[in-house]
Design a protein around this ligand. Sequence first.
Ligand code: MOS
Length: 738
Amino acid sequence: MSGAARTVSVNRVDGRLKVTGAARYAADQPVERLAHGYLLLSTVARGTIRAMDVAAAEASPGVLAVYTPFRSLALLGSGTPFSVGHSWLPLQDTEVRYHGQAIGLVLAETFEQARDAAALVRADYEVRPAAVSFTDGIPGATDPGPMMGEPARLEFLADGVGSIDDALAASEVTVSGTYQQPGKHHSAMEPHACVAAWQDGALTLYTGTQSASLTVGAMAAALGVEAAKVRVVSPHVGGGFGNKIATWAHPLLAAAAARTLGRPVKVVLTREQTFTITGNRSAVRQTVRLGARRDGTLVAVKHQVWASQSASGGIFESSAHTTSRYLYKTENLHLEQKIVTLDVPPPTWMRAPGQESGSFALESALDELAAELRLDPVELRLRNYATVYPGRNVPWSSKHLDECYRVGAQRFGWARRNPTPGAVVQGDWLVGMGMATANYPGERFPASVKVRFLPDGDVSVSSATADLGTGMWTVLAVLGAEALGLPVARIRSDLGDSTLAANIGAFGSGATASTGPAVAAAAEAAITALITLAVTDERSPLAGVPAADVRYDRGDLVSPDRRIGFPELLRAVSSAGVEATGTAAPGPEHGQHAFTSFGAHFCEVRVNRWTGEPRLSRMTTVIDGGAIINAKTARSQIIGGVVFGIGQALLEGAAVEPETGRIANGNFADYLLPVNADIPPIDVHFLDHPDLLFNPLGARGIGELGTVGVAAAIGNAVHNATGRRIRELPITLDKLLD
Ligand code: MOS
């Protein structure tokens, strides 16, 4: 089966709904008798709330209730349900764990009334000293324990080598650099929101989530109800990037308040609130030391990582274990991860968690080595190409990274790169070219899909997965059409509802790879059910024909002497529809191979000679992601990933105020993100190598891959343009001025 035969390029099936405003996001749900909630946030970083004065707020127009730790909502305060983003439940105690933590909820008839009343609440804190500075915390960094099944300090040494430092010392050429990046925020276009409505002891929660099922689990556990009593509805999600996986304070409080008040509650976070309520990416410092022979062969790689973590839970960037762990062949490898635990909002998964930061350090260091060796950066990578997963000796199922380099270099015009830094001047601008590698593991989870033939001639293809702008609505339609031999327009996809066929959702770049094979399984099962009905129902034109003599062909059932369409059959037997559920899961092959998507980025930057302003002029990205299911949405996803990386490289960074722990730029006026004017033409090219050892579709993930390596490619191009190696992100003009 070839990827070329499968690949189609169609518009988003939900595109019209979105551009006309008809798509209903969480906050758009038309629920009657809504009460509006507004969160109260702490204004100190650490301490205990002594008292809260809510009298003025309660007396404010339209206010229905003010909930605080002193007048709390019933949640199960002991232990934290899996997939809540922090280690505590809101309002169950008086502890303040970071600046901007939820400490109350005001409910009113309108959003504005709730917001205005919230401004009248006064909290009195017993303040304790808070640790909020990442840099200050580095000397006290601790060991996080095992990561991805391996120790945080992981070492492979060649026979006779005493230590990684010995291997480095014995290397003919070494480079060493310390790379830093600030904490970052996902900044999804749709701020987090929810509507919680109870009926007869059962909760319906409308909320933008990457995983309806994980949200059900978290809500049920926190509220003390059966999972069967919670339904999560999330048809459209306006961006997630990892911070709509975990459940945060707002749906927990909204649901608890709705239960107490006896009416539905809506909570929409303000943009500023999303910065502290819903997770972020760790700040990261990394040191990379590379030792090589004169010919460029790597002898030693030492990659040390310090990442910020919150005392109140969450995850942290695992930068080395996701990059240097397996990207290149080396005789000696040493990885080390430390965490810096701070009184800050909890980090969570953020697009390519680990690879994003790790690739910046590793791929910049390789560029430094290439410069030191006067070797082309592409050639250096090819000389250290890994064909088996280091230390495990399993081959990759499908790896064409070398082709990414060659095709990318060709499309981009890499041969025109002048290797001498600062040598290319065009008027006021210094021009440089850089490149870097992208990697992200192929992830696959068990998933179910339901296929239902309908009497009107459409077929419904549904699953409890999510589309966070990634194109899953369209992927279900494309794969359903392919499995059933029907036009895409005849498939009605449905997703984003926990009551649909079981599916863990969209994260780890694994939604298509997991759900796609289940579409085929469900289609096959539904066809079998259709044939069974056709030969057994006495009203059917095919009644009595042996099932083995009936085959399905593009919507028709064909026997030796008849052909009838399924709508005709369903109408003949007065059926409202025939359906079946199919499930697909990874098999034993998953121990025998390594599964990774790869890519290569090439970019050209221009740095103003007088102002230091860096501008991107063009990028080429070549992707080895296996089969591509819908070229159009896949291309958009890679472009989105690249833009995400441009933000990392040039603009983004949380500024934590050292005295208060406040995120001083926690809003869209001050937290800079790329806008159209920052984005150059991006040439995206997909290689066509279906990975049939990974799954029957041959498709690995591409959602996160596009981000990985972008910052290094840009930093490397800045070095080529200017001779300056900027090891601290973002690369802003002040760092390029004398
Ligand atoms: Mo991703 S960070 O698993 O949404």
